[in-house]
Write a protein that binds this ligand. Structure first.
Ligand SMILES: *[C@@H]1O[C@H](CO)[C@@H](O)[C@H](O)[C@H]1NC(C)=O
Ligand SMILES: *[C@@H]1O[C@H](CO)[C@@H](O)[C@H](O)[C@H]1NC(C)=O
Ligand SMILES: *[C@@H]1O[C@H](CO)[C@@H](O)[C@H](O)[C@H]1NC(C)=O
Ligand SMILES: *[C@@H]1O[C@H](CO)[C@@H](O)[C@H](O)[C@H]1NC(C)=O
Ligand SMILES: *[C@@H]1O[C@H](CO)[C@@H](O)[C@H](O)[C@H]1NC(C)=O
Ligand SMILES: *[C@@H]1O[C@H](CO)[C@@H](O)[C@H](O)[C@H]1NC(C)=O
Ligand SMILES: *[C@@H]1O[C@H](CO)[C@@H](O)[C@H](O)[C@H]1NC(C)=O
Ligand SMILES: *[C@@H]1O[C@H](CO)[C@@H](O)[C@H](O)[C@H]1NC(C)=O
Ligand SMILES: *[C@@H]1O[C@H](CO)[C@@H](O)[C@H](O)[C@H]1NC(C)=O
Ligand SMILES: *[C@@H]1O[C@H](CO)[C@@H](O)[C@H](O)[C@H]1NC(C)=O
Ligand SMILES: *[C@@H]1O[C@H](CO)[C@@H](O)[C@H](O)[C@H]1NC(C)=O
Ligand SMILES: *[C@@H]1O[C@H](CO)[C@@H](O)[C@H](O)[C@H]1NC(C)=O
Length: 546
């Protein structure tokens, strides 16, 4: 109906007021609206820039520019501020409006903005460098920021269903759903939202304030890695802009962009080299979520269907409506879908995604540790300054064989990746405490749940490895891992044992990782044609049981 997207906003604006007056559905309900800036026929003109808009170095007169010392708050501050809040997103309420303590945003799992995790069980330690230790090196593995839905996912399908019904003239929404009569689908796909850019910019700034002092030990420029997808490059650049500042980041480091595509070895996108990550084995996650959705959304479906006479509202539609809440909020700042659901239903939503990750991308999937193990090989290579020579996982032999694209001696390593890759690397490294609660049941939310995707892979998630010397020296003695600001116990890693600060002796840790590399059977777990089903899926290590 609307062929030119530019016309949509004007058309929508005039019809919105008409629909509000009559209380009826508009034929454009559920249609997709898009916007692009600059307009296609407008570009920045080089000659105009040359003549009228010289850059700062050409203009000169920068004023005094003393730089001050590098920050290292991770060691110097008495306590660190948690990441808390998500400006400028509007905090939703629930339909049962039970109180002000429950925050819907905490129930968005991998669609939640990262906020600091209070504890993974080590209650008396924080990410701050332990007393008596010195920071020697840091590893950062981070997720991209908030994005639009991935291509072909349920929100767009729901919009298409609404639009089809609106075109039929059979669609009338009433009560709390009345907004649907004039609702249009305003989301893109795949790329970062403006809020997602903010998250990575802030991560870059935060990392500079905490770890900036390590820049002093670079002899050349850092080489940091991301993958080729638009949101991955955008995230890496925003991180760097935050870390170095927008006037200088492009000349302050090298950005390696590894191809993310079927057939290309890439430890930051390992599913492209793992057939069982793209078939009925990986589909276990979706199956688990579907089973749970048919439990927790039954009431919501009945409740909401009564406000949509003439529309066959399925449980899948209701799940899509719930999914629209986080996606619209992180993209548009606000979503009318959020307040349609109760507190219990939001807890159910989070649990549905926990199930998806556990059985599809986490400890409960037999092809998951295999996907994470390539990055672990690279980690061992970097920690031991030993070049990788055996290529039997997703490691890219060409890239890691060059000390230009894969330097081993950096004080600060930064790798950008995806939610499902962080969730694969954790079981590959044997962080078993996250799986301590055991397999997740499909019909209820368990007490004492230890596996929560909001704590593992939210938007802008970060896994930080701190290489330390205790007592302080230039020779590292320990390592520990901090996931979204919470220190991870390393008790599952052979040789590490219990430590109140989550520390492991560096040699024991490296030996443990080498043992994991032996334990994880990449060729079998990723390539073998095996049967595996939710009925008997009790694994907690992301490996096919042998
Ligand atoms: C939700 O609404 C209730 C009732 O108006 C109010 O008491 C509560 O503070 C609200 N919660 C939030 C998070 O706005
Ligand atoms: C943390 O410290 C408090 C006070 O010293 C102590 O009572 C508590 O048992 C400690 N918790 C853990 C998990 O070590
Ligand atoms: C950086 O290198 C210098 C000289 O080798 C050394 O004294 C200093 O301790 C190093 N800093 C860190 C954080 O390792
Ligand atoms: C639209 O109308 C057609 C023909 O009556 C019907 O087959 C179809 O199911 C309707 N679609 C919706 C979404 O109501
Ligand atoms: C390794 O990565 C480079 C750059 O992304 C790519 O051109 C090359 O094809 C990759 N090699 C393999 C075997 O995937
Ligand atoms: C509603 O949709 C479901 C699922 O697609 C289908 O099984 C059912 O027959 C539909 N009901 C009506 C009345 O169209
Ligand atoms: C790419 O990975 C495969 C294993 O999946 C391996 O056999 C191959 O040698 C790797 N190629 C390179 C260039 O790293
Ligand atoms: C990289 O390797 C080459 C050849 O082995 C060596 O000459 C060079 O010093 C190395 N560069 C760095 C930065 O380590
Ligand atoms: C949950 O933890 C509490 C306190 O540690 C314990 O009493 C309870 O038995 C646990 N429940 C389950 C189902 O493990
Ligand atoms: C990893 O954990 C499993 C238990 O799930 C254990 O059997 C194995 O020895 C551990 N491996 C290492 C290297 O820590
Ligand atoms: C996997 O094995 C099953 C049963 O043996 C067989 O039907 C199927 O074709 C095999 N799939 C592939 C991809 O080889
Ligand atoms: C799991 O159960 C299926 C049948 O539901 C069976 O074919 C398969 O061999 C079992 N797998 C394991 C690892 O026990």
């Amino acid at each position: 109906m609307f062929l030119l997207s530019a016309f949509v906003s004007a058309a929508v604006a005039s019809q919105v007021s008409a629909a509000v007056v009559s209380g009826k559905a508009s034929s454009f309900a559920g249609s997709t609206s898009t916007f692009q800036f600059p307009p296609a026929d407008v570009t920045a003109t080089a000659s105009l820039i040359d003549s009228f808009f010289p850059d700062a170095s050409e203009v000169g007169f920068a004023g005094p520019t003393p730089t001050g010392d590098a920050a290292e708050s991770i060691a110097t501050a008495p306590a660190l501020s948690p990441v808390k809040g998500y400006f400028p997103l509007v905090r939703p309420n629930t339909s049962d409006k039970k109180g002000k303590d429950f925050d819907v945003v905490d129930s968005w799992a991998n669609l939640s903005p990262m906020q600091s995790v209070r504890s993974f069980g080590l209650d008396n330690t924080t990410e701050k460098i332990p007393e008596g230790c010195k920071l020697n090196q840091v590893f950062l593995l981070h997720r991209h920021g908030a994005r639009y839905p991935t291509s072909g996912s349920s929100p767009a399908t729901f919009a298409a269903n609404v639009h089809a019904a609106a075109g039929n003239g059979t669609f009338v929404a009433t009560g709390p759903l009345e907004f649907l009569n004039t609702w249009t689908y305003r989301l893109g796909a795949e790329i970062l939202t403006p809020f997602g850019r903010e998250q990575l910019f802030e991560l870059g700034i935060g990392f500079r304030v905490k770890y900036g002092d390590l820049l002093k030990n670079f002899t050349g420029l850092p080489v940091w890695r991301t993958t080729s997808e638009e949101r991955m490059v955008d995230s890496a650049l925003h991180f760097a802009a935050g870390f170095f500042g927008v006037q200088s980041y492009q000349s302050s480091y090298y950005q390696l962009i590894e191809i993310e595509q079927d057939g290309f070895n890439n430890t930051l996108a390992p599913y492209d080299q793992c057939p069982n990550a793209n078939n009925n084995i990986s589909a276990l996650g979706g199956e688990a979520t579907a089973a749970w959705t048919n439990v927790y959304l039954v009431d919501a479906q009945k409740r909401l269907a009564s406000f949509l006479p003439g529309f066959n509202l399925t449980i899948s539609d209701v799940a899509a409506m719930q999914t629209l809440c986080p996606y619209e909020t992180v993209a548009l700042g606000y979503s009318a879908f959020c307040d349609l659901f109760t507190e219990e239903e939001w807890k159910g939503f989070a649990y549905g995604i926990d199930l998806d990750f556990w059985y599809g991308d986490g400890p409960g999937n037999p092809a998951v540790s295999a996907q994470g193990i390539g990055w672990v090989q690279e980690l061992v290579s970097r920690l031991t300054q030993t070049t990788i020579t055996t290529f039997d996982t997703t490691v890219n032999g060409t890239l890691v064989s060059s000390n230009i694209t894969f330097p081993l001696n950096q004080p600060i390593f930064v790798d950008a990746t995806h939610d499902t890759v962080i969730s694969a690397i954790l079981p590959a490294m044997n962080f078993t405490s996250l799986a301590a609660g055991g397999p997740l049941p499909l019909d209820h939310i368990p007490e004492n749940q230890t596996y929560k995707v909001r704590e593992i892979s939210p938007f802008a998630s970060r896994l930080v490895g701190q290489v330390l010397s205790c007592p302080a020296s230039d020779t590292p003695t320990h390592i520990r891992w901090v996931l979204n600001d919470g220190v991870l116990p390393q008790t599952g890693i052979n040789g590490c044992g219990e430590d109140p600060n989550g520390l492991c002796q560096i040699d024991a840790f490296i030996a443990g990782m080498k043992q994991r590399i032996e334990e994880v059977d990449f060729a079998f777990d990723c390539f073998a044609n095996y049967t595996f089903s939710l009925v008997n899926d009790t694994i907690t290590n992301g490996q096919f049981p042998k």
